[in-house]
Design a protein around this ligand. Sequence first.
Ligand code: GLN
Length: 446
Amino acid sequence: ASFRRIADTDHKVGAFLALNEDGARKQAAELDAQLASGGERGLLFGLPGGLKDNMVTEGLRTTCGSRFLENYDPIYDATVVQKLRKAQSVTIGKNNMDEFAMGGSNENSAYRPARNPWNLERVPGGSSGGSAAAVAAGQVYFSLGSDTGGSIRQPAAYCGVVGLKPTYGLVSRFGLVAFASSLDQIGPITKNVEDTAYVLQAIAGHDERDSTSADVNIPDYLSALNGDVKGLRIGVPKEYFGEGIDPQVKEKVLEALKVFESMGAVWEEVSLPHTDYAVAAYYLLASSEASSNLARFDGVRYGVRAENPANLLDLYRRSRSEGFGAEVKRRIMLGTYALSSGYYDAYYKKAQQARTLIKRDFDQVFEQFDLIIGPTAPTTAFKLGEQINDPLTMYLNDICTIPVSLAGLPAISVPCGLADGMPVGLQIIGKPFDEPAVLRAAHAYE
Ligand code: GLN
């Protein structure tokens, strides 16, 4: 049914870059056989799922939305892929994305832009736009996305589905092609909060192959969904309703807060005073880390290689010039510049200091509040082509998601109504590793 749905819809939506048709049928047949011989059902038994194309899959093409990796068939599975298999879900294919997860509209995919199933003239968001579009279009029950500065939450908001960025370190990054290692985090995109809890349960947990993986006990996320938000204290940051917020988005978020009130929660306006510095700090830090992480793409070890190089430098130069798209090059140049000697203190170090202040803002609010709630993005999905030539405007879409990433906190986006026919996302932010509170509130609201 999943492949049929994809055949019927994906020529319009563009959510998949590769399909795992033979592999999936084989996997499904194995599950049937196991069940027939009295085996137990795994947590995600038989559920068709997608994977953003930056998670490596043994023998299944993994492009990261880039020409550079157009011929790359990995020789191993990412930890999340192994965990999904153990939970007995079936991998349907690899979802479209902005090249190397850099972008917020999917228009930076080197192959084709994914489109928003609610309105094909609009973007699905990004960079996990293919994952969100696939779930919204009913092609799969869930997909894994990755979120560095909003790339799970913002596309989930634009496509009217649920997306969770877990606490940094909760889900292993082993086998996730790195964009910005101190920020990257894998998480589920699903139709509802219960499904998110199931998928999170399957993929969370310590992994010795990822040195930043957190060694914490994994709670039972499903039992957190008990509907009880009575007495819950919610902080609502005034900075998330500033310049650039669509009045209709604001109205929907305020309506959602009324729903929380009616369930016995209380909310108050709070301040996260360093929010203004978040976008600048993020683009310096993420680009710096990216410039270093992407150094491995040299035309020798992975992917495409320029033809007939004159010498080694020519091989590097032409492979990288031909393999990377414009946005990736922009970030590599920005990051290399910010890290270069003489500029390090002025840019990278300053950005790290701003990151600390942003994290402290959250710590202070969490001394008095259980959760922070606001919009996921200041607007609904914009039209394809509308922002692609204006990177700064594109960067500002992430104003509500980036601070959370810099602080490493868990946050979910849940649908909270429509504005001019397009979905609006409500963002619920929690304390580190307090996914249970985030999921409980999101589930009670939804
Ligand atoms: N839009 C942001 C960027 O382009 C976030 C990307 C992400 O979270 N991967 O960097």
